[in-house]
Design a protein around this ligand. Structure first.
Ligand SMILES: [Zn+2]
Length: 239
């Protein structure tokens, strides 16, 4: 099992940041603006089945992948913290399982193999506002098995200080950002709702599924020759 995960998720031999991080609630005004046609929002779905028009690409294209490698912060297995850590881990696992129905994901034990890192921590205040979850995107030029590619690299923070259902809903939402849904739905029944409704959304809605399906049909990030050349001077990835 562990060997299969290593095969699917090779180690990073080198990597270097391409752009500064941008966060979920600023995706529309940060990474996605002002740099030409690749950064434009898509036109709405003519049939109105999804919220693709609320997503924003990066200047280098859509930060989506055919396969994701995910690392989840381990918790205590015994002692006083174990109960809380296990509740957090169960909520994250449930959210991962929901996305895994739609998207090939591999959970790895070495963060060097992952594009998504999930941390058990309360996100720091931003603009004086507290939140239970945050996803932050960086684009990295990464070499794996000798090949260079532009990869999305996402740090996800999920606060452990919530009820289990709320933690699961937070994890479902933030993982949606991580897997490329950088925008928010205007319908509180969707996992990617900008404003959560009274009941935590613990399952992906038909609109969430349709939006991801649309995203997966878009071209992925493209590594320009100039960006590829820059990695030669970069330090090897730390193991
Ligand atoms: Zn969000």
């Amino acid at each position: 099992m562990a060997r299969a995960a290593d095969q699917a998720c090779p180690l990073a031999e080198r990597r270097r940041p391409l752009t500064p991080p941008s966060d979920d609630h600023q995706a529309g005004t940060g990474a996605g603006t002002g740099t030409g046609s690749a950064a434009q929002a898509p036109a709405p779905d003519p049939a109105g089945f999804d919220y693709r028009h609320r997503l924003r690409p990066t200047p280098y294209g859509w930060p989506r992948r055919d396969h994701w490698c995910l690392w989840i912060e381990p918790g205590a297995s015994d002692g006083p913290a174990a109960r809380w850590d296990q509740a957090w881990a169960a909520a994250v696992a449930a959210a991962v399982a929901s996305w895994q129905e739609l998207l090939p994901l591999t959970v790895v034990s070495d963060p060097e193999r992952a594009q998504v890192l999930v941390w058990r921590r309360r996100p720091p205040l931003r603009g004086g506002r507290a939140s239970h979850g945050r996803a932050e995107l960086a684009l990295l030029v990464v070499q794996r098995r000798g090949e260079l590619a532009l990869e999305p690299h996402v740090s996800v923070s999920i606060s452990p200080g919530q009820r289990p259902e709320a933690m699961e809903a937070t994890a479902l939402h933030e993982l949606g950002h991580a897997f490329g849904l950088w925008g928010h739905s205007d319908d509180p029944a969707d996992a990617m709702a900008a404003v959560p409704g009274a009941t935590p959304v613990r399952h992906l809605s038909p609109r969430d599924r349709a939006t991801l399906q649309w995203l997966q049909a878009q071209p992925a990030l493209l590594l320009s020759p100039a960006a590829a050349a820059g990695i030669e001077s970069a330090a090897p990835a730390e193991n």
